[in-house]
Design a protein around this ligand. Sequence first.
Ligand SMILES: [Zn+2]
Length: 339
Amino acid sequence: MYSKDDPIEPPQGSFQLKNQIWDLEILLKIQHFLWKAVSGALSTFVQMCSRGININPICQRCCLEEETINHVLFLCLHAFATWRCSGLPLHGIQSTDLEQNIAELFNMLHRRNIPSSISKLSFWLIWYILKSRNEFLLAQRNVHPMEDVKRAMDRNEEWNNTFVSARVNVVRQVRNSKWEPPPVGWLKCNFDSSFRREDKIGGIGWIVRDEKGHFLKAGMVIQENVTSPLQAEALAFLFALQQIWINGWRRVWFEGGSSELARIINTVVQDHACLGNILYDIRHWMSKLTSCSLDSVNRERNMDADVLSKRIVGVNDNVVVYNSPPLWLVYYLYWPYTT
Ligand SMILES: [Zn+2]
């Protein structure tokens, strides 16, 4: 039982380091693992002993030191060999302080002499060092350090190809007609707009789904005094960005229906006569979401957002939000999975 007089212990681990971990663009499971390591929440032999479990605290791999998490990841002979085989210029990772070693991995992200393609390799390495320790203990399999390096390099390259390229400043016009879920740990927000020239009315539709394609939220809204289809599309993106922010989502892959808007956003055009201040607002909201990217896709892949943006123009409400999909949307939602 807690009483109000009990001192409140601050959680273990540097607050700043934990923030860096959650800001890192990498697989969610690696972020979790790093967070647990810093928070002292990973099980090692030493930890089990401190919980009263009768077990030898010595590292079974090198049999030289107690198996702390810092030992497993940095100081054990196997870990040391893996870091060396990687060829990464890491000089400060032999500290007896776990946080200092992990902070050094983050320092490497910002070093000028390290190509961005390998600046995150260390995080894959540390992940595979832990995995091979588990393989050694659970499956009695002794992974060679070079094999760990190879696994980490492959995953790092795969990661660069699938994700980081999505943030490169080129517009990828995707021809495929099937909606595709975002990568693990990300959400996808599809948005679209409609435009009625005669009364300058714009309709906006947006829908958010997770990596498994599960529906999270959708909505539609009317905008007045819209001057062009491009402006309607920019307003739709701005509205979608704000909805994402309000809902607390931070890693989002946006897909809209206009390749022109995607080109303007992704080529860092500063001024645009037709978009004016909307562009500044969009940049502001994008800067708040540190992990977001915008692609343009064909209408088939954006069908549900397209339908939402048209439907709002014909109903009496100006703003509608759905926490579960209305029946009429379901057909489009799973399209083309239903056919
Ligand atoms: Zn060891």
